[in-house]
Design a protein around this ligand. Sequence first.
Ligand code: ASP
Length: 408
Amino acid sequence: MWQRILLGLVLGLIVGLVFGKPAASLKPIGSVFIAGIKMLIVPLVFVSLVCGVTSMRDPAKMGRVGIKTIALYLITTAFAIVIGLVLGAVLQPGAGVGMEAAKAVAPKAAPSLIDTLVGLIPTNPVAAMAQGNVLQIIAFAILFGIAVNLSGKYGETVRNGFEALAEVIYKLTSIVIWFAPFGVFALMAWTAGTYGLSLLLPLAMVIAAVYVGCILHALLVYGVALRVVGLNPWHFYKGVAEAATVAFTTTSSSGTLPVTMGCAQKNLGISKGVASFVLPLGATVNMDGTALYQGVCALFIAQVFGVHLSGGDYVTIVLTATLASIGTAGVPGAGLIMLSLVLSSVGLPLEGVAIIAGIDRILDMARTSINVVGDSMVATLVAKSEGELNLAVYSSGRDAVGELEEEA
Ligand code: ASP
C-alpha cells in the first residue's frame, strides 16, 4: 500500500508542477478522501482509547504505561525544538528576507494554555463529539474506560462490546484507506499546482531548514532511541512509511490516526492495547515536527526583523514551544496559530506569522509527517518495554503478518 501511496504522491507532484494552476481543480478528489478520514476521527479516538484503557485492567500497568508515554513524548519534543533552534541559527533562513514579504494577514489569537487545561473535561461529552473536540473526547474516554474496569461483570459486557465495535471501525478504516493513493495524488497535485516553485523560492531556506530538521530528527533522535532498545530503525521507517505519506499530504495527525494505528499493529507488531492507548493520545498531544518548526520559525522571524535573542529567550522558546505543541490540535495549519504563542513569549513581532502563512502548508506537510512518526516511535518503545512488541512482525514487516496469518 505505501508504495501505491508514494506513487500517488510523486505523480501528483509532477502533475502539479507541469500543469500549474489547472491541476488545482483535482482538489475535490482529495477533499473526498480527507472527509472520509475525518469521518473516522471521533469514533476511532473514542472507541480505541476506551479499548486501550480497558485492555489494561491492572491500574499499576496503566499508570506505568501512561507515565512512560508522557515522558517519552516530552523528551522527544524537547529534542525536536533544540534541533530546530540549531538549524535556525546555523542556516540563518531569515537573512536577506525583506520585511515587505509580510502581507497584511492578521494573525489569529492562540487560546491560552490555562483555558485549554480547564477545558479538558467536557461538560457534555456528546457536544464534545459533535464538535470534534479531541482533547475532551480523550479525557472522557479515559475516565469512561477506568469506570468500565471498575464495574465488575457489567464492565466485562461493555468491554466486549467495545472490542467488537473497535474491530468494525478498523474495517471501516481500511475501506477508506483503500482510496488513499487517489486522494494523495489529488492533494499533491493541488498543492504543487497552487504554490509552484516561484512562490517558494524566497523562503526556500526556511523550508529547507524545517525539512532538514525533520529528517535529522527522524534519523538521529528516533534512530538512536530505537537502537538503544535493540531495534533496527530501518524496519521502523519502512513500517511507518504509509502513515508518514498520508500525514504528508493530509497535514492532519488526527486524520492520519486510522492509518497510524494500522501501521503500528500490522507492520510494527505493536500490541493492540499499547497502540490504542498511546497513538490516539499522541495524535493530539505529541507534535515533534510542530515543535521543531516553531523553533526554526522563531529564529527566522527574529532574523527577518533584526531582533537579538538572549540565552534566556532560547530557554523560553524551548518551554513555550513544548507547551504550544501539546496544545496544538492535530488538524491542518494548527501549528501556525500556536506559533503566535511562542513569538509573544519572547516579544517577537506577530507580523512574522504572516510571512510564514504564505508557505505554511508546505511546512505543515513535513511537520505532520514527523508528528505521526514520533507517535509511532514512542508506541514502539513503550510496547518493547512492556514486552508487547511482536519482534517477528517488527523485523520482517508485512510479510511476517502474511506468514503468521497463513500459519494460523
Ligand atoms: N498539522 C499538524 C498536525 O496535524 C499540526 C500543525 O499544524 O502543526 O499534526
